[in-house]
Design a protein around this ligand. Structure first.
Ligand SMILES: *Cc1c(COP(=O)(O)O)cnc(C)c1O
Length: 375
């Protein structure tokens, strides 16, 4: 019996050829392919501007910088997220303030954000957790009148929709990830999208040491113009090798989402008939890409989450504990936030195998375990 992985990137010969072309061109650093990927990504996501970065974490950092978030300010974040969501505010000297999440979607809501606001709150980072679209407008309705910036952490969101548009399209600023665990991958990589030209321009400079003339432009001219470094920037560049892969992956995104939604529907149908299990699902306001297919193991199920993971492992099925809770990690243990939903979900959810090339028989093996153990 071969092992069923929990996730696998979907990569093919087209990506191989795209990388080979870049290598042959002799230009491997940030250059024309990064610019092309930015343009294509902005169009696909309905954003005015896109700035490629080295990761989503660096895009989140830049988003906070350009939004003016800094020292001694509070940034509301879900604890129920990958740790980078909480870490980014600390990079600018701000304090992450944890808000609880909705028990059904696993995302922040207008009510949980409102409960976490302090007089020092200047920003909120709203995550599309596992690809489930967050109800962004409801959160903006609370924050916009108070001058609080809402940053969308769309690390998992490529291909998900909100109110009939791609997620991120309704955000002033959003950050995306292309890590191999995400639906669209460039190995490592990220993107910042924004509706504001001033924020885009500053992020574009900051990701490249705050250089007034990009390296690509400098190398493109025989007599290089003098450059200036107007503030302290970062090296958060993406390479043309990564962008070439990203362009291919972006073209395949609709097919990737369709396949995941098909597999998710098969799981959902089976899980619906099993007492004590509840599967992640589309919220009323949008559609998910099912980047992470999580299941809540309730009290009515004979096994708890850990026992179910053991049963799956015995059938050579690799599953993962659900989304982490940042407030339980050493740097944030001092947080006094009361997060009952986050703690319940992080303790009772399991992520099942779901990836483009998951076969029917592999998925059936996973479902068989869920059914067998329910009896
Ligand atoms: C993966 C992830 C990140 C970090 O993305 P990197 O590209 O690895 O930096 C941030 N936020 C969320 C919600 C994520 O899932």
């Amino acid at each position: 019996m071969s092992r069923v992985n929990v996730m696998q990137p979907w990569l093919g010969e087209e990506e191989v050829a795209a990388v080979a072309d870049v290598l042959r061109s002799g230009w491997v650093a940030q250059g024309p392919r990064v610019a092309a990927f930015e343009g294509a990504f902005a169009t696909a996501m309905g954003s005015a501007h896109a700035v490629a970065t080295s990761s989503c974490t660096s895009a989140l950092h830049l988003a906070l910088v350009v939004a003016g978030v800094g020292r001694d300010q509070d940034v509301v974040v879900p604890s129920f997220s990958f740790i980078a969501t909480a870490n980014a505010p600390t990079y600018v000297g701000a304090r992450p303030v944890f808000a609880d999440v909705d028990p059904v979607t696993g995302n922040l809501t207008a009510a949980t954000v409102r409960a976490a606001l302090t007089p020092a709150t200047t920003a909120v980072v709203a995550v599309d957790q596992g690809g489930v679209p967050v109800d962004l407008q409801a959160i903006r309705d609370v924050c916009d009148p108070l001058g609080i910036v809402v940053i969308e952490d769309a690390a998992c969101g490529a291909g998900s929709t909100y109110r009939g548009r791609p997620v991120g399209a309704g955000a002033e600023i959003a950050a995306w990830s292309f890590h191999p665990r995400k639906i669209l991958t460039t190995g490592e990589g990220g993107m910042l999208t924004t509706s504001r030209p001033d924020w885009a321009a500053r992020a574009r400079r900051l990701r490249e040491h705050a250089m007034s003339v990009s390296a690509a432009d400098r190398h493109g001219s025989v007599l290089a113009p003098p450059e200036e470094y107007g503030e302290i920037g970062f090296n958060y560049r993406m390479t043309d090798l990564q962008a070439a892969v990203g362009l291919v992956q972006l073209g395949r995104l609709p097919e990737a989402v369709a396949r995941r939604r098909e597999l998710a529907a098969v799981y959902a149908k089976a899980i619906d008939e099993i007492d004590g299990l509840r599967a992640v699902a589309d919220p009323p306001w949008g559609t998910g890409n099912f980047q992470s297919f999580w299941v809540e193991v309730g009290a009515a199920y004979p096994l708890d989450r850990e026992q179910l993971m053991t049963a799956l492992a015995e059938a050579e099925v690799s599953a993962r504990r659900g989304i982490m809770a940042a407030h339980r990690q050493p740097p944030y243990r001092g947080s006094s936030a009361d997060l009952p939903v986050t703690e319940r979900l992080t303790d009772t959810t399991v992520i099942l195998p779901l990836f483009h090339e998951l076969s029917e028989s592999e998925q059936a093996r996973v479902i068989d375990v869920l059914r067998e153990e329910s009896r």
